[in-house]
Design a protein around this ligand. Structure first.
Ligand code: NAD
Ligand code: LMR
Length: 334
């Protein structure tokens, strides 16, 4: 009896070490709401912080009736509310900012979203600099460097904990291939490298179950411009929200699994990367191995074919400009 209760206590304290607060900033939005829902359903999350410049407490009240164990709290749109939402978080997800309308590219969002992300990054740097920060807000190729600059200026930059979420590109590639090949998407693991916009998105079909697909220009284009497909279909009402919520939740789940000690968790993500620094490109998405402290290992691009080599060259040119734009923004608008 005594032994049983000791074992129970030990089991309890082991799971207590896995307490994980997750904050969603921009939680009332098209992505924010379903993403918060998926976080509420995730048993790894023990506390969910819901923050937005409008409607956070309402979304939180709604989620709080769901009968999973985590607590949910909505925060007022004040500096104190933001700080309290972020404090103590293991993971902070940022889907705050405006989405595209037809005819826009992601860079057209820069003028609005750069300052939104800069200000939220400042708050994270103040209240939870050690949190794993997952940036969804576009243009990701620029908003991630913006966060890095904000953290550097405050002396709290840890490149191992900053992630641009490119998971949706991986999710799309897997789904589109499964449609062509009549397979189960769970068996189609396609690495996508580069960045998160148009030509900077480089799917590596040569490394997949179907190496022949790298010459399928229509498929490659569909992965690179999958976002446009949704923007066009929504016809002015925004961009991908539901698929993005799923992809963001998958990335957060992977980060939490690794934080809680699971080994061998790998996700492509847009991170501070050594791979192309010699070409002046400080951020790049490739397969990233996750660990308790964030990034454990950044995998190299690996063998790619001639078609992919060409795509990569096009990617690097655009990516460099997008990154420089983010860095320059913080330099002149600290
Ligand atoms: P949305 O307009 O529906 O929601 C955005 C939310 O952000 C709103 O609720 C708004 O009130 C909130 N917000 C604005 N400023 C804020 C601030 N300073 N602090 C907190 N909250 C703030 O937009 P959406 O469809 O959810 O898209 C959000 C962003 O995600 C867009 O920039 C979009 O381009 C991007 N996105 C990225 C990916 C990706 O793969 N990384 C995929 C889809 C969309
Ligand atoms: C996407 O890939 O769906 C997002 O980046 C949103 C967009 O603007 O396309």
């Amino acid at each position: 009896m005594m032994l049983a209760s000791k074992i129970q206590r030990r089991a309890f304290s082991a799971s207590a070490r896995n307490l994980s607060k997750v904050a969603v900033l921009g939680a009332s939005g098209g992505i924010g709401q379903p993403l918060s829902l998926l976080m509420k359903l995730n048993p790894r999350v023990t506390e969910l912080a819901v923050y937005d410049i409008r409607g956070g407490p309402g979304v939180a009240a709604d989620l709080s009736h769901i009968n999973t164990k985590s607590s949910v709290k909505g925060y007022d749109p004040t500096p104190a509310g933001l700080a309290a939402a972020i404090k103590g978080s293991e993971v902070v997800l940022i889907p705050a900012g405006v989405p595209r309308k037809p005819g826009m590219d992601r860079d057209d969002l820069f003028n609005t979203n750069a300052s939104i992300v800069r200000d939220l990054a400042k708050a994270v740097a103040e209240s939870a600099p050690e949190a794993k920060l997952l940036i969804i807000s576009n243009p990701v190729n620029s908003t991630v460097p913006i966060c890095a600059e904000v953290f550097k200026a405050r002396g709290v930059y840890n490149p191992k904990t900053l992630f641009g979420v490119t998971t949706l590109d991986v999710v799309r590639a897997s789904r589109f291939v499964s449609e062509i090949k009549g397979t189960d998407p769970k068996d189609e693991n396609i690495t996508v490298i580069g960045g998160h916009s148009g030509a900077t998105i480089v799917p590596l079909f040569s490394q997949s179950n179907h190496p022949d697909l790298s010459s399928n220009a229509e498929l490659v284009h569909r992965v690179q411009f999958g976002g446009d497909e949704v923007v066009k279909a929504k016809d002015g009402a925004g961009s991908a929200t539901l698929s993005m919520a799923m992809a963001g939740a998958r990335m957060a789940e992977s980060v939490l699994r690794a934080s809680q000690g699971e080994k061998g968790v790998i996700e492509p993500a847009f991170v501070d990367s050594p791979l192309f620094k010699d070409q002046g490109i400080d951020f790049f998405s490739s397969r990233v191995e996750l660990g308790p402290n964030g990034i454990e290992k950044i995998h190299p691009v690996g063998n790619i074919d001639a078609v992919e080599q060409k795509l990569l060259e096009a990617c690097l040119g655009d990516l460099k400009k997008n990154i420089e734009k983010g860095v320059a923004f913080v330099a002149s608008n600290p």
